[in-house]
Design a protein around this ligand. Structure first.
Ligand code: F6R
Ligand code: MG
Ligand code: MG
Length: 370
């Protein structure tokens, strides 16, 4: 049986500021999705929160980009927005860029990662949710999981992983995509995905001739860019991803290992700063210091005929304490740069800027240099 898992998220109001999601929003979303489960629109669901983002994880048999599923997510965010308005939460409804739903949630503000696949005898799935960062934050960990022999032992020693994987990379500025094979093309692929604000990994597929269907993704990442959609800054494009594991795919532990290094990502404070990505437990998915630092949570599941058995809070583990300590050292180190790059992003990447105003005031005082 083919199952679709859809992870759709939006910031429909923060509490306080951009720190977390109010429990009443989570309850409202659960109520909406429970009704959809009872009416058999979806097979199962879980509602989670990462920072100020409300996360809807749904399983169903309607395929990717299904208008009924997207409408369900849209209506759920709308219902949560009503509560957010009533509680006067911060930025109530900020990621819902339109009043009316128009068939697909993509381009309307929320972010989504979806995979349709044939459920195996045992199907492990990890849902990753990040706050205060951008889709390119997934480039390094997804690359590590599916292409780095230093991270994924299976690429070296498991015959069913040894031939590698196929990556779908999007150019989010020119709206084009390219498929590339790892390991054959990793140097060329890294030339692209190292530039993470422009080239993002959208999906990863098993290669042809292996034990898994080559057209059923092993991983998918949300790649919406809110500022491009809206033409102005209206919120963050905090990304989510789904990754399937085991039996010809990276093991769950290899998938998680990719987050043991707190790499620098952009999107912290006012969407305009670089900082370390800190893996945290569900209860620590609250952005505090300088509105961050950027965080990621991991919800682990086994699928059983579409039922989402879980979640297991995968980063709620002392094995990630060292990563968190390292992330805090990097936080301190980056913060000491104050207003200077590379803590602050280069001018063209900042989501807030006073520069035009500053230049206007100074324009009479600028003089030529001989
Ligand atoms: C939001 C974010 C925050 C805000 C900051 C200023 O996701 O990254 O750091 O950008 O709190 O928010 P405003 O402009 O709403 O006062
Ligand atoms: Mg917010
Ligand atoms: Mg957010």
């Amino acid at each position: 049986m083919k199952i679709t898992v859809s992870l759709i998220k939006a910031d429909v109001g923060g509490y306080p500021g951009h720190a977390s999601v109010h429990p009443e929003l989570i309850e409202t979303a659960k109520k909406e999705l429970e009704e959809a489960k009872n009416s058999r629109l979806i097979a199962d669901y879980h509602v989670l929160a990462a920072g100020d983002d409300l996360e809807l994880l749904m399983s169903h048999t309607r395929g990717c980009d299904n208008s009924e599923i997207h409408e369900l997510a849209w209506n759920t965010f709308k219902a949560a927005t009503e509560i957010a308005k009533d509680l006067k939460l911060y930025g109530a409804g900020q990621d819902l860029l339109s009043d009316a739903f128009s068939g697909n949630i993509r381009g309307m503000g929320p972010g989504s990662a979806e995979i349709e696949f044939t459920e195996r005898k045992a199907e492990p799935l990890i849902a990753f949710m990040m706050d205060k960062t951008e889709p390119g934050a997934f480039n390094l960990p997804i690359y590590k999981m599916f292409a780095s022999p230093e991270n994924t032992a299976g690429l070296v020693i498991d015959p069913s992983c040894h031939s590698g994987f196929r990556f779908e990379v999007w150019d989010i500025v020119e709206h084009k995509r390219v498929f590339m094979n790892a390991p054959e093309e990793i140097y060329s692929m890294l030339a692209l995905i190292g530039a993470k604000s422009r080239y993002v990994i959208k999906r990863v597929f098993p290669k042809e001739g292996g034990k898994l269907p080559s057209d059923e993704p092993a991983a998918a990442v949300s790649t919406e860019k809110l500022y491009q959609i809206a033409g102005e800054y209206v919120g963050k494009d905090d990304p989510v991803a789904l990754v399937r594991g085991q039996s010809g795919l990276p093991a769950v532990g290899e998938i998680l290992e990719a987050f043991a290094f707190p790499h620098l990502v952009s999107g912290w404070m006012r969407g305009s700063h670089n900082g370390p990505l800190m893996p945290v437990s569900f209860k620590d998915a609250r952005c505090t210091r300088f509105d961050g630092p950027p965080r990621v949570i991991a919800a682990g599941f086994q699928l059983s005929n579409g039922r989402l058995i879980g979640p297991v809070d995968m980063f709620d583990d002392p094995a990630f304490d060292y990563t968190r300590t390292k992330a805090q050292e990097i936080t301190e180190y980056m913060r000491r740069h104050g207003a200077f790059e590379p803590h602050r992003l280069p001018l063209e990447d900042m989501e807030y800027t006073t520069l035009p105003g500053v230049m206007e005031k100074l324009k009479e005082r600028f003089e030529g240099i001989k």
